[in-house]
Design a protein around this ligand. Structure first.
Ligand code: PMP
Length: 394
């Protein structure tokens, strides 16, 4: 009898077969089974979708808006996204030709990578980074070239970019930048983006910016986009998942130069036809009438960040000042051990607090752990009590 399971494996696309499932999710699943654990592992807002946004979706369902939407997005939503980008970064994108609505920012990333990348193409990925990029890039057959940014406080400098483009990254087609960053919470200052834009132009590469956390910046930090400096060279990705606590709605978008967007719209239509009608109408409501919603989330996250940062620093954890998103990327003090995976497993088992090992986010993450503060303040306080007890007993 043929060995069926082997035979079935052999029919799987080789690229997919060679990719492992997300280590972050795998780790999360392992620690989820520990009774009483508080998980600071997942990047998911604990807040609820704003009421007026939910009502807009309900009204849309009641109105029987339940047919195929235009493939690049409903005109109302394309207008709302265009107006939002005008307001927030001062860059105008033509709603009719330069924007595409996608299934979450993940769908946007997939569209962009499939549009740009041929097998063997290099794309630069500053790390530590949200690790799904690696899997999506590898599915196209392209090669992610990691740039470890630890030495510069997890910010890619123009000098470092130039150095890589002259060496390992020679001939790269593009770079992807996450700003604000998951996992480090770092935010690129305007002057750094401006200088990076110069290098990107000089080397004639393309940039892709993942700005899904754009509204979630704290203290003096301000969000800027590479599109402000090189809109003809940049593809901007964002969505409503984080700032409006809408992860489950799956609504993202892409804005970029017309010629590229024509192709992005084509692949998006091939892959998903169109995004769910009522989700698009909820997004119109959020962007047009919910400008205060992200501000409220921001206040909540900012006070949690202050509490977490102060408490962790007291325990000896060091970090490059987090200014955005909802993560802290903390260096494990050497006296507590240097292996992030061991530290995270023991913390989960003994103290019942789940944090993510830094190495799962690519080069530069070893010896660090990521804590998400998208959890209730009570849970964060309790987790800090547990972490304190744990490290005091080491
Ligand atoms: N980009 C980054 C940097 C993220 O952290 C996440 C979610 N963890 C996403 C994209 C995915 O966003 P969405 O849920 O809209 O697909």
């Amino acid at each position: 009898m043929p060995n069926l399971s082997n035979d079935l494996n052999s029919i799987i696309n080789k690229r997919l077969n060679n990719l492992s499932a997300s280590k972050i999710r795998e780790f999360d699943q392992k620690v989820s089974g520990i009774p009483g654990i508080i998980k600071l592992t997942i990047g998911e807002p604990d807040l609820a979708t704003p009421e007026h946004v939910k009502q807009a979706a309900i009204a849309d369902i009641q109105a029987d808006d339940s047919h195929y939407a235009p493939q690049a997005g409903k005109p109302e939503l394309l207008d709302a996204i265009s107006n939002y980008l005008d307001r927030s970064i001062g860059v105008h994108y033509d709603p009719k030709s330069e924007i595409c609505v996608t299934v979450g920012a993940t769908g946007a990333l997939n569209d962009v990578f499939m549009t740009l990348l041929n097998p063997g193409d290099k794309i630069l990925v500053p790390t530590p980074v949200w690790a799904l990029y690696f899997q999506l890039i590898k599915m196209t057959g392209a090669i992610p070239v990691q740039i470890d940014t630890k030495k510069d406080g997890f910010i890619l400098t123009p000098e470092h970019l130039r150095h890589v483009l002259e060496g390992r990254g020679k001939g790269a087609k593009a770079i992807i930048l996450t700003d604000p960053s998951n996992p480090t919470g770092r935010v690129y200052p305007a002057e750094t983006l401006k200088a990076l834009a110069e290098v990107i132009k000089e080397y004639k590469i393309f940039s892709v910016t993942d700005e899904i956390y754009a509204e979630l910046v704290y203290g003096n930090a301000e969000h800027h986009s590479l599109s402000e400096y090189i809109s003809d060279h940049n593809i901007l990705i964002s969505g409503l998942s984080k700032a409006y606590a809408m992860t489950g709605w799956r609504l993202g978008y892409i804005a970029g130069p017309k010629q590229i967007m024509q192709n992005i719209r084509k692949i998006n239509a091939f892959l998903v036809t169109s995004v769910t009608d009522n989700v698009q109408m909820a997004a119109v409501e959020a962007l047009n009438n919910g400008q205060n919603d992200p501000l409220q989330s921001r206040k909540i996250y900012e006070s949690r960040l202050q509490f977490m940062q102060t408490s962790l620093e007291k325990l000896g954890f060091e970090m490059a000042t987090p200014q955005g998103a909802f993560y802290i990327f903390a260096k494990i003090p050497e006296k507590y051990g240097t292996d992030d995976e061991t530290f995270a497993y023991e913390l989960a088992q003994k103290a019942k607090v789940g944090v993510t090992p830094g190495r799962y986010f690519g080069k530069g993450g070893e010896g660090y752990v990521r804590l998400s503060y998208a959890s209730s303040t009570e849970q964060l306080r309790e987790s800090l009590r547990r972490i304190t007890d744990f490290v005091n007993n080491l």
